[in-house]
Write a protein that binds this ligand. Structure first.
Ligand code: ZN
Length: 554
């Protein structure tokens, strides 16, 4: 009975998609004497490797070039987030504190609401280092409002804002501010393109090099979406805007060097084909399942061999959804990248220890990576099920449900992912899978997500589900062992009834019902809170850091 990747249960791993803010919040009470080692203990190190034997010689030769390009993005992200890396690190004597500073790309703790952890530093500027620290929003708006042209340059994803000699605000294009660095990155990408055997990859690498030199990213984004047969991938450039908490205008430098898991990617493409049939079978009245399920997204699995910059700061991303360019999305759809070895690391280092502590002993055998991976994957596929537009003439579900929309959409994807897995197992499509693994792993995943994300959409979705499952008897808590046990039959029923509730609220665009349901079920009760505190007291880490680079690759 070999079970390779197939046992999972759906789970809200979207969680981990998590960004730093979602995963903050613990370890408030750090004793001074042990402060730096306690801070560092939030993270546990993991070797980031993959099987390079599956690659051709030329593909293997590309990897060091791509890692070198990524390392330059790492330097640029220091500029985005803080400024002079060397000066800061050289000023810190305590090695643990220095390491913690490197992990955070600055003196502010990303898992604790950007709280400063080095004496002499105040709160992190909302605009990080993209803007002058002394600039007010009003000053920015006044300067950028002088003409359309200036407005465009000031709000561009790809400019820094600085003061000129007279103290006046000026935008500086990344390609000029970082001319020397982007020239070196472009050189590495072009050298890698020479080695590329896949024509799509070759085109993309050249286009991406040009993008870094010109700050025009659209052609390379289009080339990236067109590239489908490549075994190697690199996501590189200024990409997400979360680091700019002042306006959300500025893109931060980031890079992932990736090796595609072709086997899993093919399987995912096959499962996507079941969407129309599964849509018809949803446990909800006919009118709520009349839309064609969306298959517009590509979904692939990868191992990451290098993280750099933005994606490596604080909490580590385990799934990516790109591109962000709406015009490219309209033309080509989007691509979701599931980062399998990073997921594995979070599973081993965080989910399993939580389960060993809080799941009933005889059910711990059902905690499996395959189940965890399936739950995460099918969460992504399940975003395509259900309904996107209200039946009540209120337009898109997303608009009608306002600030509740994300939590309901994530909650839907979690629960319908589990529904899909159950259905596919019944049809014999998920060989070797055991739904019990999916359910128990799902349960442990809920607890993990709540722990990391009570302020995020994913966290709220998980809390709502936890309380709903509790009401329905989908699990029980044994006070003598302080552990949770899944009731499989009742969980199956709860999956159906919760799916129906969420889909109905979405289809009706019923904001009041959404809000009321969240208010009733989105509460952390004392019991759960104390169980979560016990996990933290156990020293179970919050996140992972990577031991990575050519030296750890086999
Ligand atoms: Zn999601």
């Amino acid at each position: 009975m070999k079970k390779r990747l197939v046992k999972i249960a759906l789970f809200s791993l979207a969680i981990a998609i998590s960004s730093c803010q979602e995963e903050g919040k613990e370890m408030e009470n750090v004793d001074d004497a042990t402060e730096s080692s306690a801070l560092l203990a939030k993270y546990t190190p993991v070797r980031l490797t993959t099987d390079l034997a599956v690659l051709t010689d030329r593909q293997r030769e590309m990897i060091p070039l791509l890692i070198e390009a990524a390392q330059i993005m790492d330097q640029l992200f220091w500029q985005d987030a803080y400024g002079d890396r060397e000066a800061l690190l050289n000023s810190i004597e305590d090695p643990d504190l220095r390491r913690f500073t490197e992990i955070n790309y600055g003196p502010w703790d990303r898992l604790d609401g950007d709280k400063p952890f080095i004496d002499g530093f105040g709160p992190k500027p909302l605009g990080a280092n993209f803007y002058p620290a002394d600039m007010s929003k009003e000053e920015f708006e006044q300067a950028s409002g002088q003409s359309d042209e200036l407005g465009e340059a000031f709000t561009s994803l790809y400019t820094l804002i600085r003061r000129d000699d007279a103290g006046k605000l000026v935008p500086i294009a990344y390609r000029e501010a970082y001319a020397e660095e982007v020239a070196r990155v472009a050189e590495k990408l072009k050298a890698a393109s020479e080695l590329a055997e896949d024509p799509g990859l070759k085109t993309y690498l050249v286009a991406r090099a040009d993008a870094l030199l010109s700050d025009e990213y659209q052609p390379s984004d289009l080339a990236w979406m067109d590239m489908k047969e490549n075994a190697i991938d690199v996501v590189i450039g200024p990409i997400e805007t979360y680091e700019d908490k002042l306006f959300g205008y500025k893109a931060a430098h980031s890079a992932y060097v990736l090796v595609k898991d072709l086997e899993w990617s093919q399987r995912l493409a096959r499962y996507t084909e079941f969407l129309p049939e599964l849509q018809k079978g949803l446990p909800v009245p006919e009118q709520y399942k009349q839309e064609e399920p969306g298959g517009e997204s590509q979904l692939n699995a990868y191992d990451v061999v290098y993280y750099a910059g933005d994606c490596n700061a604080g909490s580590k991303t385990i799934a990516i959804n790109l591109t962000n360019d709406p015009e490219v999305q309209l033309q080509k759809g989007a691509r979701r990248l599931q980062l399998k070895n990073a997921m594995r690391a979070k599973f081993d280092m965080i989910l399993v220890p939580i389960a060993e502590f809080l799941i009933a002993e005889d059910q711990r055998k059902h905690i499996t990576f395959d189940a965890f991976f399936q739950n995460t994957m099918f969460h992504e596929v399940a975003h395509g099920l259900g309904i996107k537009n209200t039946l009540t003439g209120q337009g898109a579900v997303r608009t009608a449900l306002k600030e509740q929309a994300s939590a309901f959409e994530e909650g839907k994807a979690d629960i319908l992912g589990l529904y899909m897995i159950t259905q596919l197992i019944e049809r014999g499509e998920l060989e070797d899978a055991d739904f019990k693994d999916n359910y128990v792993t799902f349960m442990a995943g809920i607890i993990r997500s709540i722990r990391f994300g009570s302020s995020s959409a994913h966290g709220r979705a998980n809390l709502m589900r936890f309380n709903y499952f509790k009401e329905q008897g989908a699990f029980s808590r044994d006070p003598s062992t302080s552990t949770y046990r899944v009731d499989f039959d009742r969980m199956a029923e709860a999956i159906d009834s919760l799916s129906e509730k969420i889909l109905t609220i979405q289809g009706d665009g019923d904001y009041d019902a959404a809000k009321a349901m969240m208010e009733r079920l989105g509460r952390l009760d004392e019991q759960l809170e104390s169980d979560l505190a016990r996990i933290t007291a156990q020293g179970i880490p919050t996140d992972i850091i990577f031991d990575q680079g050519m030296s750890v690759l086999q």
